[in-house]
Design a protein around this ligand. Structure first.
Ligand SMILES: *Cc1c(COP(=O)(O)O)cnc(C)c1O
Length: 413
């Protein structure tokens, strides 16, 4: 077997220069799955808007090619490219859980004979709460209407055949499937196309939470026929704490007059919006789901980051680097840590993104995590027993991975 060397891998990496485009905390930053790093250019994108605010005041809403009234449109093409969607299908707005609620208002239409929602067992709590409250809001009972699917006993990840079997089993009574694109705990990529096909085959609507998928793996939402999706932009999309979320609705639904929707003034046609008329004229795109005017300052930061994704050539080269990085990480884990650490992330490249979830087999996981923190490794601890670390191809080096393994080796001796 050839010996892989971090310095050689970094020297051969065509994307290596992008690390310089980020301001990273000191130490080894492996927590872009939680909060992506600060793009250097965010400061100037943000300052531009602060300067426009300072000089133009309220006129900034209508003036120039950065007019705040239409600012969200500046993000659409790049976001659509990242998720494999058409521009009419994607909008940056609100925050992730808010968007899940707004989309469920439209896409969860329970009836006496079809009222169930399938989610994963131990879903990210916000998703679980959102779904449970939507079920109650429509007068149904989560005890009957909330179906969950988990790994088999003794296993860590979901099996495709089990997900598809659960969809088929609930069949006619299933109203909606809502699953993650990438599971936040294990880093498992779910088979989104197969899930979408299976949901549609029984007449259910299929949506995905892409919090851990967007900017991590290539996506083809339009092609897969996914009905709706939502994501945040502060993880792999590097737009800063609490930044704006985004939503996708398939083209076949965007102008459907029969879909119920919660309305606000940002969803009505721009030509008549400021006439302050109370007749709602839905924008014939996913923008009709907008409720409030958009948060321009976090969007400015997001633009800085999306320009870097574009400059890097998008998800295909980024994913190619990411696959090399996870292979390198796996190789070092096996070689150096042996049985002291178990990865619960799937091993096949197609089934995982850049994050690994590590369980300390020998000794106290929390202590190991604290010692990693003391050694300036930025990773995170997820209850009950997992250390998550994510080498992000846009700014992490192969040397970061090697140093992480060196330190992990030391603190698990
Ligand atoms: C990060 C994350 C969230 C966070 O939701 P916000 O509304 O942005 O606070 C929700 N769900 C999943 C699956 C996540 O990974």
């Amino acid at each position: 077997m050839t010996v892989l060397r971090a310095d050689q891998l970094d020297a051969d990496d065509p994307l290596a220069g992008f690390r310089q485009e980020f301001e990273l905390p000191t130490g080894i930053y492996l927590v872009g799955n939680s909060l992506g790093a600060l793009p250097r250019t965010a400061r100037s994108y943000l300052n531009t808007e602060l300067d426009r605010w300072s000089t133009l005041g309220a006129e900034g809403h209508f003036t120039g090619n950065l007019a705040w009234r239409d600012y969200h449109e500046l993000l659409t093409d790049q976001l659509a490219t990242l998720v494999g969607a058409r521009p009419v299908e994607v909008v940056a707005m609100n925050a992730l859980t808010v968007n899940l609620h707004l989309l469920m208002v439209s896409f969860y239409q329970p009836r006496a004979d079809r009222h169930k929602i399938l989610i994963e067992d131990h879903a990210f709590p916000s998703d679980h709460f959102a779904v449970e409250s939507q079920i109650r809001q429509r007068g149904y009972d989560p005890a009957q209407s909330l179906i969950t699917i988990g790994p088999r006993p003794g296993e860590e990840t979901l099996r495709e055949e089990d997900i598809l079997a659960a969809i088929a089993e609930h069949g006619d009574s299933l109203a909606m499937v809502l699953l993650p694109g990438v599971q936040y705990f294990t880093g498992q990529v779910l088979p989104m196309r197969a899930i979408t096909d299976a949901g549609h085959a029984v007449g259910a609507v299929v949506g995905f939470d892409l919090a851990h998928a967007v900017g991590n793996i290539p996506l083809e939402l339009h092609e897969w026929g996914v009905d709706f999706a939502a994501w945040c932009t502060y993880k792999y999309l590097n737009s800063g704490p609490g930044s704006v979320g985004a939503a996708y609705v398939h083209e076949r639904h965007v102008a459907d007059p029969d879909l119920p929707r919660f309305l606000g003034w940002w969803g009505t046609a721009t030509a008549t919006r400021f006439k302050m008329d109370t007749t709602f004229e839905p924008i014939p795109t996913v923008e009709a789901w907008q409720v409030s005017n958009a948060p321009v300052l976090p969007m400015a930061v997001l633009r800085a980051s999306l320009d870097l994704f574009e400059a890097a050539g998008g998800m295909v080269p980024l994913r190619a680097k990411s696959e090399k990085q996870i292979a390198f990480l796996d190789h070092l884990l096996a070689q150096r840590l042996g049985s002291r650490i178990t990865s619960i992330t799937p091993t096949a490249a197609a089934d995982r993104g850049c994050q690994v979830a590590l369980r300390v087999t020998a000794g106290d996981g929390r202590r190991v995590f604290r010692e990693l923190q003391n050694a300036n490794v930025h990773c995170d601890w997820r209850e009950p027993d997992v250390i998550r670390a994510a080498p992000v191809p846009l700014y992490n080096t192969f040397a970061d991975i090697e140093q992480f393994i060196d330190i992990l080796d030391e603190v698990t001796q």
